[in-house]
Design a protein around this ligand. Sequence first.
Ligand code: NQM
Length: 371
Amino acid sequence: MSNGRAEGERAGQAPLQLRCMIMRGGTSKGAYLMAADMPADPAARDDLVVRIVGSPDPRQIDGMGGAHSLTTKVAVVGPSLREDADVDYLFLQPSVAEAVVSDRQNCGNLLAGVGPFAVERGLVPATDGTTAVRIHMVNTASVATARFEVRGGSPVYSGATSISGVPGSAAPIRLEFEGIAGGSCGALLPTGNAVDVVAGVECTLIDNGMPVVVVRATDLGVSGYEDCEDLDANSSLRSALNQIRLVAGPLMNLGDVSTTTVPKVTIVAPPRAEGALCTRTFIPHRCHSSIGVLGAVSVATAARLADSPAASVSNLAETDTVVSIEHPTGTFEANVTVAFANDGSPLVRHAGIVRTARKLMDGMVFPRPST
Ligand code: NQM
């Protein structure tokens, strides 16, 4: 295998080709690259990434991106620098429309493919049976353990588990999170409150793996059951959401968020099907066709906080361990338990989910040359 970094750096030019696996991870799709093949300098790395995915271009016709943020994602994986993990996973979110890459957010969907990818690339031993891979999520300095089946030295991709938003079924990948609270904002509740009034609207500003602003749909003049096209076309809603985000950013210790992908905003409404609450999530401006993994974990956690907008619309019982979140294309189940200290402050006891992933293509990628 060629080592793209070595060739590129020696010649002072972009590498001509590098190893790349395209995987569906949960309800996202992206390029999985080896850390050893990537330039060490973040600016050179990001430049390489936009040339791989074909940004900036709404169709990404000259690259591997899928012309949508959910299908234009990159996972960079290598041996872990931490003793308590097997591999390091850096998530990179390239913009479709601009030559910009963000490392400010994590992605729990691409995370689903990281364990199998690590086995495929020999980064962890391939022992038949249930394999556990400990993944250091570099973006948020936290750890997830992925458990999945390995047979004959290879990950098993086919199976009977279905997730909303993905046709058919595949093998389950169980993900357990540790220490994800406050990974981006410094605390689960960066303001110390379960409810804040932001731009005149009651919100929960929360970070249990993903910074999210949770707002009641009716407080924004919508039901929360609209489809994404209607919400995306609603300019007064979008402007209200944008205003809330801009005020929430500094309160969440994220600074000026006018050009960043976090925080996300989730509007919540009472459940319409079998779930505990209904959601529409903006990532951060377009409506998500379902809901992000860590975004869902954050919203599920918000639903555990008495009197919060999410709790006020949810039918969650204290004894329910799984929070079933309705979204535009189905439901997402997050296993989140929270304990409360004597002063009432919440402490996340457990967060876990089940996803699936599939190897779609393995080979060499040929990035667009530098201009
Ligand atoms: O929240 C979309 C997705 C995501 C992120 C986004 C994600 C997560 O659905 O963990 O997975 O929020 O931009 O892949």
